[in-house]
Design a protein around this ligand. Structure first.
Ligand code: ADP
Ligand code: ZN
Length: 436
């Protein structure tokens, strides 16, 4: 089957041509922010930099980083590079961590956004004539409206279901023969459970394609969702500061997410020292918005940890890919000096058929010692009164966790459907050390 590509000119550009384009765009961008964003002008003056010092894409390393704190300090609109009258839309970050930050888009920014979403949807196999349900929250969060306009731009039919009314959602999926769905992986699971509760299965739907993102998810979670909804599940990545969903997307190869590199320039740095790392090393993803005009950002530190891979993909796209995001450096727990990501726990839990993909990490400090408790839901068929059996299962999970995480965790098996459900981004960690 021939791979469909939305914008062959850009997605399959030769590397030299692309780097040339990136350099030209970077030069223009630096000129724009130097003359229009006092924050960047001040930073560049401090570093003795003029726009003309930035000629090729390799010069990017001379430029200053931007952090979430810079966005907060310049709240609400201090980082705009255009007058407010040019801004046609505002979104605010969902504030998973700390205060909200605001992002402004020009009309042109929105055009770029829908273009990259159309690229992503095409990579997943969505075409004109398909119906796509957007189950991301609509509102200040970028997920809903971002995906929405991309579906329309592609020429497919958008069903703006948002979150909230799952029963109606399922009914519409069924009655309209909806083919695609875009939502958080947590919501996909929630939907699968709701379907099951109604006595329905994937066979009652015509869903084939899922675009999931906005939170980290694992390969095991992919398998779970694909099986339960009878679909192919693909990653979509983005963040409001840079644009929203569509910054990167998987292709049919499911081997890394392609960055829309003609618009968003990626680098990987050491999360502590800020040193730029060579290709192939794991570190923090840094993104520069090469073409945005509303609130362009230079070298924005995403805090997302990943690895970049170069080389033409089997799909034909030449853009750099990144491997699955392990989590944000913010999500990383340090327990007794050891780094632990919730996604590592998710992978272990889903390796064992007895457990549902529902878990919670509770971290506390007792007698000056960090304690990790992993609460996990049993699948309905595995929930029993056989105490011996439950104990043995608990022990098996604890041993497996210990070998993967290198620290011991207290395992608590809980009843099916007892942990809190989320329709948006899910919360999987309660760190009582921070709350205390
Ligand atoms: P907030 O920063 O308040 O969570 P955003 O909605 O902008 O608001 O969230 C962007 C973040 O969500 C990213 O930086 C990343 O940590 C996470 N994210 C988005 N998509 C993915 C994905 N496909 N895989 C892993 N993490 C993702
Ligand atoms: Zn590919």
């Amino acid at each position: 089957m021939e791979n469909m590509i939305w914008n062959k000119n850009k997605e399959c550009m030769s590397r030299e041509e692309l780097r040339d384009l990136q350099g030209k765009r970077l030069h223009k961008l630096v000129d724009l922010v130097y003359h229009n964003t006092p924050f960047y002008r001040a930073k560049m003056q401090e570093m003795d930099l003029l726009p003309d010092d930035i000629r090729t894409i390799d010069d990017i390393v001379k430029l200053p980083f931007t952090t979430k704190a810079d966005l907060r300090d310049n709240y609400p609109v201090g980082l705009l590079a255009t007058p407010m009258s040019e801004i046609v839309r505002i979104h605010a970050s969902s504030g998973t961590t700390g205060n909200p930050t605001i992002v402004g888009y020009t009309y042109r920014d929105l055009e770029i956004w829908k273009e990259v979403i159309a690229r992503a949807l095409t990579a997943y196999g969505v075409t004109r004539g398909d119906i796509v349900s957007v189950g991301y929250g609509y509102g200040l969060f970028t997920g809903g409206l971002g995906a929405h306009y991309g579906v329309e731009h592609l020429g497919a039919t958008v069903l703006p279901t948002s979150t909230g009314n799952t029963e109606k959602h399922i009914r519409l999926l069924r009655d309209l023969g909806v083919k695609g769905i875009a939502c958080t992986p947590s919501y996909a699971l929630y939907l699968a459970e709701a379907l099951h509760k109604q006595g329905l299965s994937a066979d009652d739907l015509k869903l084939r394609i899922g675009a999931f993102g906005a939170e980290p998810w694992t390969e095991n979670m992919r398998r779970e969702i694909e099986e339960r909804l009878g679909i192919q599940a693909y990653n979509i990545y983005g963040l409001s500061e840079i644009m929203g969903p569509g910054v990167a997307y998987e292709c049919g190869c499911k081997n890394g997410s392609h960055i829309a590199e003609d618009h968003f320039y990626p680098e990987i740095i050491h999360p502590e020292t800020g040193e730029v790392l060579p290709l192939g090393q794991e570190g923090e993803l840094v993104l520069t918005t090469l073409t945005k005009t509303g609130m362009p950002l230079l070298r924005y530190r995403t805090k997302d940890l990943t690895t970049l891979m170069l080389g033409t993909c089997e799909c034909g796209r030449t853009s750099v890919r990144f491997t699955r995001i392990l989590g944000r450096s913010d999500d990383m727990l340090i327990i007794r000096g050891i780094n632990v990501f919730p996604s590592q726990v998710e992978n272990v839990i889903l390796e064992m058929p007895e457990f549902a993909p529902r878990y919670m990490l509770v971290v506390d400090r007792k007698n000056n010692m960090d304690m990790l408790e992993v609460q996990v839901e049993l699948r309905p068929d595995n929930f029993s009164d056989d105490l011996g059996g439950m104990l043995a299962l608990k022990k098996r999970l604890a041993e497996r966790l210990k070998s993967v995480l290198s620290i011991s965790a207290e395992v608590k098996l809980v009843e099916p459907n007892s942990l809190p459900r989320s329709e948006g981004k899910s919360t999987r960690v309660i760190d009582k050390r921070v709350l205390a």
